[in-house]
Design a protein around this ligand. Structure first.
Ligand code: MN
Length: 265
């Protein structure tokens, strides 16, 4: 287990993310972090051998066994990333807002079912299943519960890094047909929405970034402001905060791009 890649990608003087420290104690926590970066995605992390094994899941996990969710394996993260919620500043790796979407514990399942049911397995079995590309596990979270599998797939796409897995819910009493992840849009840690985590300023900054997630630059005046900012940035380092939209139009834009407020878990 190594956090070298995690360390290499980040400047710890510029990001609030935790340092790359290997944990000695063996824990079995899991976290799902909603990450509003250049593209919205969900980071799925399982604590194993002193690190968080991590996958980026573009559509997020599902409790519907019919959904097979693409999960791109990414670098191991330090265990202290477990409850990281906040903002990664612009120009840093993964810049954007991070929300703790689900938390809990997990256990590996033995690859051999007993009378048709999966039973708890060992860390050695978990590592063997990971190496083989078929990890079966059980989650006890606030939103995600029951048995799952992460299955390594061989992509036929040119340039594939070989890091593509599928996150699949197994059939059990926790499955939910037509599971809609968008119903759950608040932090299980702080109950905050993504906009509340981002804060008004940071949130506006994110929306005004070219190609920044869901917020499209529909307003011409805003697009102009961003174009000017980009020119300034090309010349010298300038704070994006100086060109925050402050007119009445900005609140209209916000309403248009804001996700509907729905019930939380
Ligand atoms: Mn991420």
């Amino acid at each position: 287990m190594s956090l070298d890649e995690y360390k290499r990608k980040r400047r710890f003087e510029a990001t609030p993310e935790p340092p790359p420290k290997l944990e000695k104690k063996a824990g079995h926590r899991f976290v799902v972090q909603m990450h509003r970066a250049s593209r919205l995605h969900y980071d799925f992390r399982l604590e194993l051998d002193g690190v968080l094994k991590s996958w980026a899941v573009p559509k997020g996990p599902s409790l519907d066994p019919a959904d097979k969710r693409l999960a791109m394996q990414v670098e191991d993260h330090p265990v202290s990333y477990f409850d990281f919620e906040g903002n990664i500043p612009a120009d840093n790796y993964g810049a954007g807002s991070v929300m703790v979407w689900d938390l809990g514990t997990w256990q590996p399942l033995s690859p051999v079912p007993v009378s048709g049911k999966y039973v708890p397995g060992t860390d050695a079995e978990a590592n063997a299943m990971l190496a083989k590309g078929d990890l079966k596990f059980r989650l006890k979270g606030k939103r995600l519960n029951g048995d799952f599998a992460l299955v390594h797939i061989r992509s036929r796409k040119a340039g594939s890094k070989g890091n593509e897995w599928l996150l699949i819910k197994k059939h059990d009493e926790h499955e939910v047909e037509d599971y809609d992840i968008d119903h759950y849009d608040s932090s299980v840690l702080t109950k905050r929405s993504m906009d509340e985590i981002a804060g008004d300023e940071a949130s506006a900054e994110w929306r005004s970034r070219p190609g920044g997630g869901r917020g499209k630059l529909k307003a011409a005046w805003l697009a102009d402001a961003v174009a000017k900012l980009d020119q300034q940035k090309a010349g010298k380092k300038t704070s994006a905060k100086k060109v925050q939209p402050q007119s009445a139009q900005s609140s209209t834009e916000e309403k248009k791009t804001k996700r509907p407020k729905l019930k939380s878990a």
